[in-house]
Design a protein around this ligand. Structure first.
Ligand SMILES: *Cc1c(COP(=O)(O)O)cnc(C)c1O
Length: 367
């Protein structure tokens, strides 16, 4: 009798449930028999303004050179990031999306008997990566206002804790923790714990807590940023970490040699120079959130005011609402996998996309 190959697989991999991405436009268009251009995708917190034209131009210029391996050290990009954040080159790391940096942190720090702490209803990549390396995923309840309960997270720390994620603003809830609370928390985190500030949505926040200062104070902190959200480069896969030289060194050891591809290196360097595009993206999201809040308020539908580029709305029966909107060509995200079955998450798009989404929702919800 032949045994199935999975019998021999790494049990930590075998037991995983793969990440569930937002439903792709092409797939939806095919299923509905619609033109992809008629589909509105507000499912994955992407930037509806698209990428910076400067980034696109940089990629066009670099495209003919893709037969050559990229710079394995990502020198130009990391130098730029170091200057931008006022740290040394050795305090930077880059990767294929900040998802890869999450993976590298887990790879570098986690194994059996070790623990990772994160807030409940958090980004689903954390438990996946944690379990992949055989560590225990410790989930801490949020405060009644849905923000991270930092005091409870402190109490959850044990001698086995190695990573503690503070997602600021957090996805999919949209809440934030601020400076004073963070200072009190950081003063009490023991040195065997790396605090990871996942700041994927920080560009959209009106108040941005200074987390870099903890690194300057010598604390074991990694700040993760991504080009997928405000910078509009999700399809490229580009993210980075600002951290201590020791942690950056661990990430460097755990990565593959060319983990930041050529297109991603040149596009991100160009995108960082396009402050206008970033500002326009942030403005679009701030205005779009008001568009949604006004509608939800008038319909009497509860939502969590968001510091990100998405809104979590309590429609009831999230999966049903998701499916009904999908039939109309509007792709949203149901929250079954996040333990929030009564909610849907809507990414804030252009004014026209938001209007279309609200029109469909109004009909679906009978408002
Ligand atoms: C989107 C997101 C990321 C980054 O994703 P990448 O595309 O891999 O850079 C990281 N953390 C959170 C909480 C996110 O929502």
């Amino acid at each position: 009798m032949n045994r199935c190959i999975t019998h021999y697989a790494n049990p930590y991999v075998l037991d995983l449930v793969a990440y569930q991405p937002g439903k792709p436009i092409e797939e939806t268009a095919r299923e509905l028999g619609l033109d992809p251009a008629a589909i509105v995708k507000l499912a994955s917190n992407e930037n509806s303004l698209g990428p910076s034209p400067k980034a696109v131009q940089a990629m066009q210029q670099a495209a003919a050179g893709v037969h050559i391996y990229p710079d394995g050290a990502s020198f130009t990009l990391r130098s730029k990031l170091a200057a931008m954040h006022g740290v040394t080159f050795e305090q930077t790391a880059v990767g294929s999306g900040s998802s890869e940096l999450i993976e590298l942190l887990c790879h570098a720090c986690l194994h059996e008997g070790i623990e990772l702490i994160a807030a409940k209803h958090g980004f689903s990549m954390y438990p996946i990566m944690c379990k992949l390396f055989g560590a225990r995923y410790v989930e801490v309840d949020n405060k009644p206002d849905w923000s991270h309960d930092l005091a409870a997270m402190l109490r959850a720390i044990t001698p086995q804790t190695r990573l503690l994620f503070v997602t600021n603003p957090t996805n999919p809830l949209g809440t934030m923790v601020f400076q004073e609370e963070l200072d009190a928390f950081m003063a009490q985190v023991p040195e065997h714990v790396i605090v990871v500030f996942d700041e994927a949505y920080i560009d959209f926040a009106e108040q941005k807590p200074d987390t870099l200062k903890y690194i300057h104070q010598g604390k074991n902190v990694a700040i993760l940023r991504t080009f997928s959200k405000a910078y509009g480069l999700a399809g490229l896969r580009a993210g980075y970490a600002i951290t201590t030289p020791a942690i950056a060194d661990l990430l460097n050891k755990a990565r593959t040699p060319f983990n930041m591809n050529l297109m991603a290196q040149v596009a991100t360097v160009a995108a960082l120079d396009d402050e206008q595009h970033l500002a326009a993206s942030v403005r679009m999201v701030r205005e779009g959130k008001q568009q949604y809040y006004a509608a939800f308020d008038s319909w009497g539908i509860p939502y969590i005011p968001s510091h990100g580029n998405f809104i979590l709305v309590k429609t009831g029966q999230g999966r049903k609402v998701f499916n009904a909107c999908l039939q109309q060509g509007v792709i949203l995200r149901h929250m079954d996998g996040y333990g929030l079955p009564d909610y849907i998450r809507i990414t804030v798009g252009t004014a026209a996309e938001n209007a279309r989404c609200l029109e469909v929702l109004q009909q679906v919800l009978g408002k």
